[in-house]
Design a protein around this ligand. Structure first.
Ligand SMILES: Cc1cc2nc3c(=O)[nH]c(=O)nc-3n(C[C@H](O)[C@H](O)[C@H](O)COP(=O)(O)O)c2cc1C
Length: 222
C-alpha cells in the first residue's frame, strides 16, 4: 500500500493545542547573558514533559565547507561552553579537526521553543573526557568501547560480536579507557532563543558575544 506523503504533510500542524503550550516570552525580562536563559528554558522543557530535551542537532562542516548534521547528547553547559562527546575518529571528529567550529540546535515542541548555539569547538583534556564517560551509564561505556564509529560495517553479526565484547568489558571494568572518546566544548559566540507564537508573531532573541566576557542581544524578525 502506498503512502501519500504530501497528503500526510498537509494534514500535520506544528504546536497542536493539545500537545503544546506556547508560553509568553518577554525579551525585556531576559537576562544579560544567554546561559541563565538556556538553563531556565531547559528546566522548563523538562518540567513540561518534553521527551529527551537533552538531545540536540550538531552541525559541522567537512574540509570542503559542506555541512553535515546529526543528533548527539548535551553533556553540560556552563560559562566555558556547551559540551558533547564522541569519537575523535568519527566523521564529525574529522570535521571538527579540519574546521573546529559547529552549531547546535535544540527543539522543544512541547513549549514551541528552539535554541541555536554557534561557536568554535575545542577538545577537552583527555582526562576530563574519560571522567565524563565513566560517570555515565554502562550502555554509554559499552557503546563507546564498541568503537569504529562512522566506519563501514560489514554485517550486523560483526556489530553484535563487537558489542557483546564491549558490554562484557564495560560491566567488568566501569573505568575502562576509550582513547578515541572525546569531550568537545563549544564556546558560544551566538545563542538564539525562539519562542513560537500561535499568531506567528514568534519572538527571536539573539545574543552575540562582545569581546571576552560581554554579550549584546537583539530581536530578529521571525
Ligand atoms: C538520540 C540520539 C543521541 C545520540 N547521541 C550521540 C552522542 O552523544 N555521541 C555520538 O557520538 N553519537 C550520538 N548519536 C549518534 C549520532 O547521531 C551519529 O549517528 C554518530 O555519532 C555518527 O555521526 P558521524 O558519522 O557524523 O560522526 C546519537 C543518536 C541519537 C539518535
Amino acid at each position: 500500500m502506498g503512502t501519500d506523503l504530501h497528503a500526510l504533510l498537509r494534514s500535520l500542524r506544528v504546536w497542536a493545542p493539545e500537545a503544546t503550550t506556547l508560553p509568553p516570552f518577554d525579551p525585556a525580562t531576559a537576562p544579560a547573558e544567554p546561559l541563565p536563559l538556556f538553563t531556565e528554558w531547559f528546566a522548563e522543557a523538562v518540567a513540561a514533559g518534553q521527551p529527551e530535551p537533552h538531545t540536540m542537532s550538531l552541525a559541522t562542516s567537512d574540509e570542503a565547507g559542506h555541512p553535515d548534521v546529526r543528533t548527539v547528547m548535551l553533556h553540560g553547559a556552563d560559562t566555558t561552553g556547551w559540551t558533547f562527546a564522541t569519537h575523535v575518529t568519527s566523521r564529525k571528529g574529522h570535521h571538527l579537526a579540519a574546521r573546529p567550529y559547529a552549531a547546535l540546535g535544540f527543539y522543544w515542541p512541547t513549549l514551541g521553543r528552539q535554541v541555536r548555539v554557534r561557536g568554535p569547538v575545542t577538545a577537552a583534556p583527555a582526562q576530563e573526557g574519560q571522567a565524563d564517560l565513566h560517570a555515565r551509564s554502562t550502555g554509554a561505556l559499552a557503546a563507546a568501547l564498541t568503537g569504529h564509529q562512522s566506519e563501514v560495517l560489514g554485517s550486523l553479526e560483526e556489530l553484535a560480536e563487537a558489542s557483546e565484547t564491549a558490554w562484557t568489558e564495560a560491566q567488568s571494568r566501569p573505568d575502562a579507557p576509550v582513547p578515541t572518546w572525546t569531550l568537545y566544548r563549544l564556546a558560544p559566540q551566538e545563542v538564539e532563543f525562539f519562542q513560537g507564537d500561535a499568531r506567528r508573531r514568534h519572538v527571536r532573541l539573539t545574543y552575540r558575544r562582545t569581546g571576552e566576557q560581554g554579550w549584546t542581544s537583539t530581536l530578529l524578525w521571525p
